[in-house]
Design a protein around this ligand. Structure first.
Ligand code: ATP
Ligand code: MG
Length: 421
């Protein structure tokens, strides 16, 4: 993409009403637009990153046999009344409205009940199971606090998956497979080392739910970890009792600040019982379905990545989610021949399927470099006078600042490999 055509512009000044680093950088670099507190629009560059994150998650959910769908934002009151979760006392983040035609509706803050309700139409026999479905959905939650930038939105994208199984064995196997798949997702996003499968509250069938917590000072949670033993416990469930359960003592644990990037729940048969979702077993009995619910905060992840991969100059995207791999920066300074040469290299990158943002703007070198640092693409390729004369391209790696000189062929070679990786 040619940067001269990108309608978003970078901003030097930090938005006055934004305290979170992730939102400050994302707004300044032109990835997101703040509509109001906790409500952000995703601009072309931001959408590209979101789509990359979703792509990684989608691959892993599909590998589990997940089938993608999309549920509705407008929800029926009756569906939530059945499980006693319609009232504002039970759920304190509801947005609700009334239809002109009469009747109350809720805006989807979660889809557990509606999806279980819907599945009554598709699950009748044990032969219909197992099923796993998932979606990327904009959730609406009337959050009291919205000071963490895109990490806590009143409107945010979640991936939520739901599993429906016949028996405990199948169910547990799938639940554990999801833990592995989530681990792969966070590895691929570059935060695997700092993301912990954490014992947390909210267990229904089981004592704990499992949260995926990523270490960052920008997080709102506190957990206790032991890296060697691979144990992590959310502060909210830390007690002598739970320490005992997990076979770990308090002095073996270190306190860290984290952001919850995922949360999975093992409902056992409870949810299906509450909702009335059952299947006909082989022996002809009606039995409640075993259910699990598995969330990942997609837009929160975007914020977490910025918090973790940025410095005083701007963002530094992991290659797996960067909107483009290469930031091609021409410093022709009005030299027609040099500009044509740079155009040719840009075309060469495109022809090979290498994702490149081409800074073809007629602005000073310093401004181009500052913008490039702020926007955070993994590699900057500079085309100046000497590049054309000596046939050497300067490649600067954003994360390390490491500079390499490559010939034109080596340049393509380097990034073609990164495409196929
Ligand atoms: P939190 O404790 O942070 O409020 P939650 O436990 O209410 O989150 P879940 O219902 O478990 O959230 O939702 C699944 C995932 O969606 C969370 O793990 C988190 O990554 C993400 N998420 C939840 N609330 C928000 C929000 N307001 N903005 C952005 N992402 C969110
Ligand atoms: Mg949660």
């Amino acid at each position: 993409m040619k940067q001269s055509r990108l309608f978003t512009k970078t901003r030097k000044e930090v938005p006055a009403d934004e305290v979170a680093k992730n939102a400050q950088l994302l707004i300044r670099a032109g990835y997101v637009y703040k509509e109001m507190a906790g409500v952000y629009a995703y601009l072309p560059l931001g959408l590209m990153v979101l789509e990359k994150i979703k792509g990684i998650i989608r691959e892993e959910m599909d590998a589990l046999g997940g089938q993608e769908l999309i549920m509705t934002s407008l929800q029926r009151k009756e569906v939530w009344e059945r499980t006693d979760r319609w009232s504002d006392e039970a759920v304190d983040v509801w947005f609700k409205s009334t239809l002109n035609a009469g009747g109350d509706i809720g805006f989807g803050w979660s889809h557990e009940e509606p999806i279980a309700e819907m599945m009554k139409n598709y699950i009748t026999s044990y032969k219909d199971l197992p099923i796993a479905v998932y979606q990327f959905q904009t959730k609406l939650r009337n959050e009291l606090r919205a000071k963490s930038g895109v990490m806590r939105g009143r409107e945010f994208v979640m991936k939520d998956m739901y599993s429906f199984s016949v028996g405990e064995e199948d169910h547990t196997q799938f639940y554990n497979a999801v833990i592995d798949a989530y681990t792969r997702v966070f590895d691929r996003l570059g935060i695997g080392e700092d993301t912990f499968v954490t014992f947390a509250s909210g267990g229904a069938f089981t004592k704990f739910s499992h949260e995926f917590q990523t270490v960052t000072d920008a997080g709102e949670d506190v957990i206790y970890i032991n890296r060697e033993k691979g144990i992590a416990i959310n502060a909210e469930v830390l007690s002598d009792d739970s320490l005992n359960d997990l076979g770990v003592s308090r002095d073996e644990l270190t306190e860290v600040k984290t952001a919850e990037v995922g949360n999975i729940f093992n409902f056992g048969r409870q949810k299906a019982e509450d909702v009335g979702l059952s299947y006909r077993s082989e022996s002809g009995e009606d039995v409640p379905v075993w259910m699990g619910s598995y969330g990942i905060g997609v837009t929160r992840l975007l914020g977490v990545l910025v918090e973790k991969f940025s410095d005083d100059r701007g963002i530094s995207w992991p290659a797996s989610v960067a909107p483009f791999t290469v930031h091609l920066v021409e410093l022709s300074g009005g030299d027609r021949e040099l500009k044509d040469f740079a155009d040719g290299i840009y075309q060469g990158l495109l022809d090979r399927g290498i994702e490149a943002l081409y800074d073809d703007r007629d602005v000073r070198a310093g401004e181009k470099f500052a913008d490039s640092d702020l926007m955070g693409l993994p590699y900057r390729v500079i085309i100046g006078k000497r590049t054309k004369e000596e046939g050497k391209f300067e490649i600067v790696e954003r994360a390390t600042g490491e500079v390499t000189l490559l010939s034109e062929d080596e340049l393509y070679e380097k990034f073609v490999t990164s495409v196929s990786k």
